[in-house]
Design a protein. Structure first.
Ligand code: PA5
Length: 481
């Protein structure tokens, strides 16, 4: 048997805007004409990292560029200082939790859970939670709460861990743990769910305070209410969301990496993919730079074609949550000062049957970016013959033997052709496959693009001051003075 392990694939993702340019609404010359500004926006984005690190933040400015070189820093630290590195600590805690319980509940909202959900749905078995533990490779199920105040969904999750209010047994398959994620440590939705599930967890360990503390892993800022609560509980593992990394940019901190590692996602490959995208972003000339080309096309489509709605069309069910993570990233980062495109995630072909009509014939205010996956991870399904129960009543005999990916390719080609005929602008992000390295590249590409676009149009992409308004009025109703 060979001792040489096959090298896992590291193919790059590609961005192809040729169909958008072919509509004539924007041209290659327009894009090339933007090169100097795109280059300047890249330089500013990268310079922000040094400015922030050297304490050069301007008075009143929110500056959170720490996510940019985070993948490189985590990997370098892991390679050089292994056992004292942050990544090592994350992997150790992941192993401890994985071996101790069969369900992990992530409590968080916005940037504190959407990235985790994106990773889980993209990288794990599509029915991970439904599989028995053995078929999950001994990895726990993953559930999410704390992102709303929905009475019945919180009750529904309690039904699973404490049916009729009574704790389950101490059998491994009945044991559970919770990760509480909040950078500020004070977000109401997450905080009320934390109380609720702490109560159930305490009951489930029969009030054993040491076990209780072991089953709660807070991921939060250096100080705040959650950090204080973690200390009171005596949690042995508490992870930091570093300063300079905002919530929606935190997927490559413990926020995303710890739950991802618990469910068996290869987080080193994820970071390697993100670092590979960083290299391309820093080094590739504007015309070959996927981040800068993506920003340029989005910006021009908005400025010259009225494309204020950015449709991310995911040609895989597994990318829906990644699209929703991106919706949040773009909305909260650039939806400011009465500016900013509106993102919209669709899953195709599913949503061709719900939104296709409008995208084909409706208002001309959309740029459609397809997320296209090159090869499936599993064996290719082929259309079977009808059994002895029928004789081509469904009129599919002509397709017998045609593989699922080939049918999807026809759907992509057909949809793009229909849009091209109607001069609807489309572009493609081509993913060789969906695995950790590719997902790492894609997430980093979209975060970089969001920040570069902010710098291009003069919108600070960091912070989300507008979100405070609802919190203020909500709290005034809950605690009238
Ligand atoms: O991007 C952001 O910063 C927000 O979406 C936050 O992640 C979200 O509001 C949750 O905040 P916190 O982590 O402080 O609970």
């Amino acid at each position: 048997m060979s001792v040489v392990r096959p090298q896992p694939a590291t193919d790059p993702i590609h961005y192809d805007p040729s169909a958008a340019l072919a509509t004539g609404g924007i041209s290659r010359a327009d894009l090339d004409g933007l090169a100097v500004r795109l280059d300047a926006a890249r330089a500013e984005t990268l310079a922000d990292v040094d400015r922030w690190r050297s304490g050069g933040t301007r008075p009143g400015e929110v500056l959170d560029p720490g996510f940019i070189d985070l993948p490189d820093r985590l990997l370098a630290d892991y390679q050089t200082s292994r056992t004292t590195s942050e990544l090592f600590a994350i992997l150790q805690t992941a192993r401890r939790i994985r071996d101790a319980v069969d369900r992990v509940i992530v409590l968080g909202i916005g940037g504190s859970y959407m990235g985790t959900r994106a990773l889980f749905e993209a990288c794990c078995h599509p029915f991970h939670n439904e599989l028995p533990r053995g078929e999950r490779g001994g990895r726990p199920r993953l559930s999410f709460e704390g992102f709303n105040m929905d009475n019945d969904s919180a009750q529904g999750l309690l039904d699973l861990v404490a049916p009729a209010g009574a704790p389950r047994s101490d059998d491994l398959l009945d044991r559970w743990a919770m990760l509480v994620v909040s950078k500020s440590g004070g977000t109401l939705e997450t905080a009320i769910a934390t109380r609720l599930f702490l109560q159930a967890l305490s009951a489930s360990v029969g009030g054993d305070t040491a076990q209780f503390a072991q089953r709660v892993v807070p991921i939060t800022g250096k100080s705040g209410r959650l950090a204080d609560l973690a200390q009171a509980i005596g949690c042995p593992d508490v992870f930091d969301i570093p300063d300079g990394v905002g919530g929606r940019f935190s997927v490559f901190t413990a926020v995303g990496l710890l739950p991802a590692s618990i469910v068996g996602i290869d987080v080193v490959r994820l970071l390697e993919g993100a670092a590979a995208m960083n290299r391309r972003f820093r080094e590739a000339p504007v015309a070959e730079n996927p981040v800068l080309q993506y920003v340029g096309v989005g910006h021009l489509a908005e400025a010259k074609m009225g494309g204020t709605i950015r449709v991310l069309s995911a040609w895989s069910n597994r990318l829906e949550s990644l699209g929703l993570w991106y919706d949040q990233l773009l909305s909260e980062s650039l939806g400011k000062d009465e500016k900013g495109a509106t993102p919209l995630t669709v899953v195709t072909t599913r949503d061709l049957h719900s939104r296709g009509q409008q995208h084909q014939d409706g208002r001309r205010d959309k740029l459609i970016t397809n997320l296209i996956v090159g090869e499936p991870r599993r064996d290719r399904l082929a259309l079977p013959k009808l059994g002895s129960y029928g004789h081509d009543q469904d009129k599919l005999d002509a397709l017998v033997g045609t593989a699922w990916p080939d049918m999807l390719t026809a759907a992509i080609g057909g949809t793009n052709e229909a849009y091209a005929q109607a001069r609807r602008p489309t572009a493609d992000i081509l993913l060789p496959r969906i695995d950790e390295h590719v997902v790492g590249q894609l997430l980093q590409m979209l975060m970089l693009a969001t920040v570069v676009e902010g710098r291009l149009v003069g919108t600070n992409p960091y912070g989300q001051p507008g979100v405070e308004a609802y919190k203020k009025f909500m709290m005034a109703r809950l605690r009238p003075s």
